[in-house]
Design a protein around this ligand. Structure first.
Ligand SMILES: Nc1ncnc2c1ncn2[C@@H]1O[C@H](COP(=O)(O)OP(=O)(O)OP(=O)(O)O)[C@@H](O)[C@H]1O
Ligand SMILES: [Mg+2]
Length: 214
């Protein structure tokens, strides 16, 4: 099972938005990969999304405990709660890839710095066996705040291994609209979401690179 964990202790940075869109994207590939969402957040945002999802959309398994993840899952996407705990570090250490969404604000950057420092405590991350990548979320390309976030993200390392800045996602109501209907941005019309779907391509390629069928 290929495990993708979306994590950042900072609240509201886009963890659930990324988690449901990643799981939905794998589900859209049909029988090639059975996707499941593990929602570890008591707020239940990913579960809410799944509840809105129409039964005629490609199915996605669901669980709130690791032991309850459907046994035939090929790709597991873990949505984690805000806040940092010893459990988060264990989760970060056990995944194949760790996706860290970040908002372009000085407060979020400071919090992210502390979080990335904590990740040094994870053995598999230090050794490079867990790939860590960041996504600048709700970021406008031509703003100073986004430029500052990019400066921070470029050259980031954990244990000598590069933390890749994967892509930048613009702020758009399309994410809110899709989540409300249990859809991904890949299931909305290209005329509405073409730009967003393009912005996702580097993330999809980055995720596929790590899926070696473990
Ligand atoms: N790129 C975006 N453009 C516009 N709105 C966005 C974008 N990304 C996320 N949002 C909205 O921002 C809010 C917070 O996003 P989300 O719930 O995904 O964050 P989170 O990190 O999971 O929050 P929490 O820490 O509370 O679990 C949601 O209302 C979501 O729809
Ligand atoms: Mg959430």
């Amino acid at each position: 099972m290929y495990t993708i964990t979306v994590m950042n202790p900072k609240g509201g940075c886009g963890k659930s938005t990324l988690a449901v869109n990643i799981a939905g994207m794998y589900a859209l590939q049909g029988s090639r990969s059975k996707a499941a969402l593990l929602d570890l957040d008591p707020q239940g945002s990913s579960r809410f999304w799944l509840q809105q999802r129409s039964p005629d959309r490609p199915p996605i398994g669901t669980a709130t405990r690791r032991s309850a993840v459907p046994a035939d899952t090929d790709v597991l996407v873990i949505d984690t709660p805000a806040g940092m705990s010893a459990r988060q570090l264990v989760l970060a250490d056990e995944t194949d890839v760790l996706v860290v969404p970040m908002l372009p604000s000085p407060i979020d950057v400071a919090a992210a710095r502390a979080f990335l420092d904590q990740l040094q405590g994870c053995k598999r991350i230090r050794s490079g066996r867990v790939r860590v990548g960041t996504v600048a979320n709700r970021a406008r390309e031509d703003t100073l705040a986004s430029a500052r976030l990019e400066d921070f993200l470029e050259g980031l390392q954990i244990g000598g291994h590069r933390v890749e800045m994967i892509t930048m996602l613009r702020p758009t109501h399309n994410y809110v609209y899709a989540v409300d209907r249990g859809l991904t941005i890949f299931e909305l019309s290209p005329s509405r979401c073409y730009y967003d779907q393009e912005q996702w391509q580097p993330l999809l390629s980055w995720l596929r690179r790590g899926n070696t069928g473990r």
